[in-house]
Design a protein around this ligand. Sequence first.
Ligand code: SF4
Length: 470
Amino acid sequence: MDGPILLNLLEEQHIPLWSHQRGEKDPLVFGGGPVLTANPEPLAPFLDVVLLGDGEELLPNFIDTIQEIRGLQRSEQLLHLAQIPGIYVPQLYEPKFSNKGELLDIEPINSNVPRSITKQTWLGNTLSYSKIITPDSVWPNIHMVEVARSCPELCRFCLASYLTLPFRSPSVTNELIPAIEKGMKATNRIGLLGASVTQHPEFADLLHWLNQDKFNNIHLSISSIRAATLDLHMAKVLANHGSKSITIAIESGSERMRTVVNKKLREEEIFAAAKYAQEGGLKGLKLYGMVGLPTEEEEDVEATAELLLRLKKESRKLHLTLGVSTFVPKAHTPFQWHGVEAKADKKLKLLSKKLKPKGIELRPESFRWSVLQALISRSDRRLAPVIALVRKENTIGNWKRVYQAIRQGNLSETIEQPITTAQLPSWDEIVHQEWDRSRTLPWEHIQGPVKPNLLLDHQLKALNQKNSKN
Ligand code: SF4
């Protein structure tokens, strides 16, 4: 959702917005991170270079090459960079469309440019930790240590798992403890980060080390806890170190839905987690769920509400919160072909109606922003002019207005850079429709860790489980 902000930053620095407008004296604008790695296309025309994958792997090569190619013409520099594994130079690729506006291919502009780009994965035994601790950051004065990268659980919708495989966990003794000790010299607030922190195979050892008397003043927070890994000891250690609540992702209260999305979490484990949280002295339990998942029916949403109500009855001392978002399809996951359910906002309202009067706090993510996330998640380069035009008024209404106006060719503002003469697809097609499996995807030229035919197998497996019992 930061696309329009990126353009404002370029503008403030007097850097031309579109990569092809930049000349010999302009800097090379490069980007990276999970959003650009999954589907760089909507922002591709603004970037000279995109680094696909882990910085530990990509940056050394990138920086060395930048030093070697100093003095060359910009076009030659870009061609050199495009030869490095994981480095994508969007202007050296051209999308091809049919007369009807269907994306057919994303082709390199000549035979010196690789046909596809492979996401790079760091397989070394270190991960990252804060290098700067400051009261002015989003999480002030916290020393963050990345305990694990990726997640072995493979929930079918999950970018944090599928795009970042394999699961990696550095040694507690040789890497994590020294990294935490460094931060302890500067702050008493330690944050353990990762998509699946408590699945680190030596997590119990790390907890044991943190639980020493000399660390009694350390405030500990953990970004995510897999419900099945929470026990009384972990809950007590967290409570003793200043944590007020824990968050567990249940995705859905319906066992059937959890089977479809491959969330290997039984109802007993959710209840046990709540019991341990309460007995361990924590004050709150935050659950995280979704609506609008493929094959979801209203009764599945009812099951989520019922589960929360039963949890409330059994854990009276805990403040219960349900954070709930709408399913948004993500590239390189088995659910990439599914759309956002158009009526998912009604399901959010249903949860609100059932839970709020019973004292359960509901934190729904805006359905309309989820729709925009899907637009950015599944679009190709034709979205770039929309992003350029909404940068001055980044509201949901304006996104829709600009999109429709460009699609219908009756825009009053000037499009600074028409990407192609092919018409934008309909909003509904990009956001809500389920796509045919043979469709060319906008990220087809990016090789993720899981091959497309395997993603398809996983998707079929999920859909075959849609009739499993709740
Ligand atoms: S457990 Fe969480 S991080 Fe792991 S695959 Fe499932 S949703 Fe993703």
